[in-house]
Design a protein around this ligand. Structure first.
Ligand code: ATP
Length: 367
C-alpha cells in the first residue's frame, strides 16, 4: 500500500488541478493513500500542515478550475542540501514513498536530485538523530514521477505540456478581440506573448489568427535588413485591402545576432516606416490564468492515471519517468533525458544553432 505524495511546482498552468484530481482518485482506487503537498517544495521542506492526506472528496470540483489549488512556489531552500534533508525527513515521517511532481524542467530536475541523494540523506538524518533506524528502514528508495505543467510547451520529448493549449486559446481570443477594434480604426497592434525560449505559443497563435508577421526565438529573421522586409510585407497586406495589421512577438524573440526583438521597437518601425497608427498590447498573465480548456482537462487526467500506474510499476532500478504525450498516446520515458534535451535546446538557441534546438525538442523534427 503505497503512500503517494503530489505537488505542483514552478509556474502554475491550467490543468494542474485536473492532474492532482486524477492522481488522488486513481491512487485511492488502486488501494494507495494520497497526500497533497502544499506550496510546491516549500511544503515539502516545511512539513506539518503543508502535507495533508487527501480523500476522494478533497478534489471535488478541481477538474475545471485554473491555476493550482494546492499552491505552487519557487523554493530556494530545496536547492540546498539542508532543504532536501528536511524534505526527506518530512516524507519519511509522513510515510510517503512516492512523489508525483507536476511542474517545469527545474521542478523535475529538483525531484530527481532528491531521488539520487535519497539513501545518503537518510543516513545523514539517522547520524544526526533526526530519524531513527526503524523509522528509515522501510524507505529503501524514493519513487519519483514527473508530469509537465507549463504553458510554454517547451519540454523536449512530449508533443504538448499541460496548460499550453489553454494558453493558446486565451491568446487567440485576445488577438480576435484586438482584431475587431484594430479593423475599426484601421490600426496596427504589436502583441507580445509568453513562451520564454520557446516560440510555440507565438507561432501557433499567429497561424490561428492569420497575423501579418510573427517573431519567435527559433527562427530569427534571416535578412540583414529584416526591418525593411517586414515593412514591405505589411505595406503589401494593406494594399491588398486589409484594415488591420497584427504582429505577434514571442517574449524570447531574437534577431540573428541574438539581440532581443522588443515589441516597442516593432511599434516604432510600424509608425515611422509604414505610417500606421500602432499600439502595443502585452497579454501578460491573462495567458496563464483561468479555466483549463477541454484538451488540458483531458490531457492532465490521462497523464495523471499513467503517473500513478508508473509509480506502481516502478522499482529501485527504474529511472524516474516523465509522463508525456506523442501522437496522441500517453508516454512514459526517462525524466532526466527529457530534461537534459530541453536544457540543451535552450543552449543551442543561445549558440544560434536553431535547427539543432528543434531536433533536441523533437527527435523527429523535419524542416
Ligand atoms: P517554470 O517552467 O514555470 O519556470 P520550473 O519547474 O522550471 O517551472 P523553476 O523555478 O526552475 O521552475 O523550479 C521550481 C522549483 O524547483 C525551484 O524553486 C526549486 O525549489 C526546485 N528546483 C529547480 N531546480 C532545482 C535544482 N537544480 N535542484 C534542486 N531544486 C531545484
Amino acid at each position: 500500500r503505497r503512500r503517494i505524495g503530489v505537488l505542483t511546482s514552478g509556474g502554475d498552468s491550467p490543468g494542474m488541478n485536473a492532474a492532482v484530481r486524477a492522481i488522488v482518485r486513481v491512487a485511492i482506487s488502486r488501494g494507495c493513500e494520497a497526500y497533497a503537498i502544499f506550496e510546491g517544495y516549500e511544503g515539502l521542506v516545511q512539513g506539518g500542515n503543508m502535507i495533508r492526506k487527501f480523500g476522494w472528496g478533497d478534489v471535488r470540483g478541481y477538474l475545471s478550475i485554473g491555476g493550482t489549488l494546492i499552491g505552487t512556489a519557487r523554493c530556494n531552500t530545496f536547492r540546498t542540501r539542508e532543504g532536501r534533508l528536511k524534505a526527506a525527513c518530512n516524507l519519511v515521517k509522513n510515510g510517503i514513498d512516492a512523489l508525483i511532481i507536476c511542474g517545469g524542467d527545474g521542478s523535475l530536475t529538483g525531484a530527481d536530485i532528491l531521488r539520487s541523494e535519497w539513501s545518503g540523506l537518510l543516513e545523514e538524518l539517522i547520524r544526526e538523530g533526526r530519524l531513527t533506524q526503524e523509522e528509515a528502514a522501510p524507505f529503501t528508495h524514493l519513487v519519483i514521477v514527473g508530469m509537465v505543467g507549463s504553458i510554454d510547451n517547451d519540454m523536449s520529448s512530449t508533443d504538448l505540456t499541460i496548460g499550453a493549449v489553454t494558453s493558446l486559446h486565451r491568446i487567440c481570443e485576445a488577438v480576435d478581440n484586438i482584431s475587431s477594434t484594430a479593423s475599426s480604426h484601421s490600426r496596427a497592434f504589436v502583441i507580445e506573448v509568453m513562451g520564454r525560449y520557446c516560440g510555440w505559443l507565438a507561432l501557433m497563435a499567429a497561424v490561428s489568427t492569420s497575423a501579418d508577421f510573427v517573431f519567435i526565438p527559433e527562427r530569427p529573421p534571416s535578412a540583414d535588413d529584416w526591418e525593411s522586409e517586414m515593412c514591405e510585407i505589411l505595406k503589401r497586406h494593406r494594399k491588398l485591402g486589409k484594415r488591420k495589421t497584427i504582429v505577434i512577438v514571442a517574449e524570447g524573440a531574437i534577431d540573428k545576432n541574438l539581440n532581443p526583438i522588443k515589441a516597442s521597437y516593432i511599434k516604432e518601425l510600424l509608425i515611422n516606416r509604414v505610417g500606421l497608427d500602432t499600439r502595443v498590447t502585452c497579454l501578460g498573465h491573462t495567458q496563464r490564468g483561468g479555466r483549463p480548456c477541454v484538451y488540458d482537462r483531458n490531457l492532465a487526467t490521462r497523464q495523471g492515471v499513467e503517473a500513478v500506474e508508473a509509480v506502481l510499476r516502478s522499482t529501485a532500478d527504474t529511472p524516474s519517468p516523465m509522463i508525456g504525450i506523442r501522437e496522441n498516446k500517453i508516454t512514459c520515458q526517462p525524466l532526466v533525458e527529457a530534461v537534459k534535451l530541453t536544457q540543451q535546446a535552450a543552449i543551442a538557441i543561445g549558440k544560434k544553432d536553431f535547427r539543432r534546438a528543434m531536433e533536441l525538442r523533437d527527435p523527429e523534427f523535419e524542416e
